[in-house]
Ligand binder design. Structure first.
Ligand code: HSE
Length: 321
């Protein structure tokens, strides 16, 4: 990780698709087209101040102890025994409660920028636990399937959080994503609340088979196998009713030729994996039209899978990420 040698730094962290249908809480990838940017400045005293949040709406707390990025940096200060603190300016590019990993992106961007200001910058495995604390604050659960791909980049499996072990999967040639965000909010806490504590053994068996076959398809460069594997029997059926017109949107993506389609993270955004960018654009259009037919407006992004993780950037006044 780099060091800036200055008293401030800014980092941009991408949106992420978590779960990827078959890897609940462990599998994810970044979507670089959308992201949050955080500017971090050194200050005296081991504390965190949030100076501003742009485009976050009223829902994002300015109190550091109640803010995901703030909590992440408070954790960093505590565990590293830092004598100084940080002041933050947060610029939200990722829509709130969209299932696109906005809380993870703010924490990760803050951590990457703060890390660049440390005397000896830390490796990513020492930063990730603080991003997980941010996730716990935001959703009640320290899941890492947004934070890990956001920090590391690529299609990754979080094998373990203690100790942190992130496994990078190869991405089959031409694999692209269509990500569509309906203009609705769905809180991760609510979406997690739709899941029972115990799940039937037969669903676990079916989902394990699909996850294993998905991983194999990455190594085998086999999009047909990936397509057969991309089915969530565990979580999606229990959350589908929380997303308006989900069944129609999924049907539209598959009819447009997508390899598979499911909720992005906890929803309400929906992603589809596609063979090539043309197919991904077609899937975006089909899903957007299905939502429009249900009276829901949306935004869409099509891009190759899977870009890099958070990176240092210049902080340009007034420009959105
Ligand atoms: N794995 C998490 C969930 C991701 O589905 O609840 C939340 O973005």
């Amino acid at each position: 990780m780099e060091r800036t040698g200055s008293n401030f730094a800014a980092a941009r962290a991408p949106a992420t698709v978590a779960n990827v249908a078959v890897g609940f809480d462990v599998l994810g990838f970044p979507v670089d087209a959308v992201g949050d940017t955080v500017r971090v400045e050194l200050m005296d005293g081991p504390t965190v101040l949030i100076d501003s949040i742009e485009d976050g709406g009223v829902a994002i707390p300015m109190d550091a102890a109640a803010n995901t990025a703030g909590v992440a940096l408070l954790g960093l200060i505590r565990t590293e025994g830092l004598a100084h603190g940080f002041r933050l300016r947060i610029r939200k590019g990722i829509p709130l409660s969209s299932g696109m990993g906005g809380s993870a992106a703010s924490s990760v961007a803050a951590l990457v920028a703060a890390n660049a200001l440390l005397e000896t910058p830390l490796p990513p495995e020492r930063l990730l636990p603080h991003a997980l604390a941010g996730e716990e604050l935001a959703s009640g659960s320290p899941h890492g399937d947004n934070a890990a791909p956001c920090l590391y980049g690529g299609l990754v499996i979080l094998r373990s959080t203690e100790p942190v072990e992130v496994v990078r999967l190869p991405v089959p040639r031409g694999l692209c994503v269509a990500l569509v965000h309906p203009h609705r909010e769905l809180d991760t806490r609510t979406s997690r609340g739709a899941l029972p504590r115990d799940l039937p053994l037969r669903d676990y068996v079916a989902q394990s088979a699909r996850l294993a076959a998905f991983v194999a398809s990455c190594f085998m460069d086999d999009l047909a196998l990936m397509s057969r594997s991309l089915e969530d029997v565990l979580v999606e059926p229990r959350r589908a009713s929380l997303v308006p017109a989900f069944a129609a949107v999924k049907r539209a993506a598959l009819k447009a030729g997508a390899l598979g389609c499911s909720l992005s993270g906890s929803g309400p955004s929906v992603f589809a994996l596609c063979d090539g960018i043309v197919s991904a654009r077609r899937a975006c259009e089909a899903m957007g039209s299905a939502w429009a037919a249900a009276g829901v407006s949306s935004d869409a992004w099509a891009s190759p899978l899977a870009g890099g993780g958070a990176r240092l950037v210049d902080w340009t006044p007034g420009t959105l990420a």
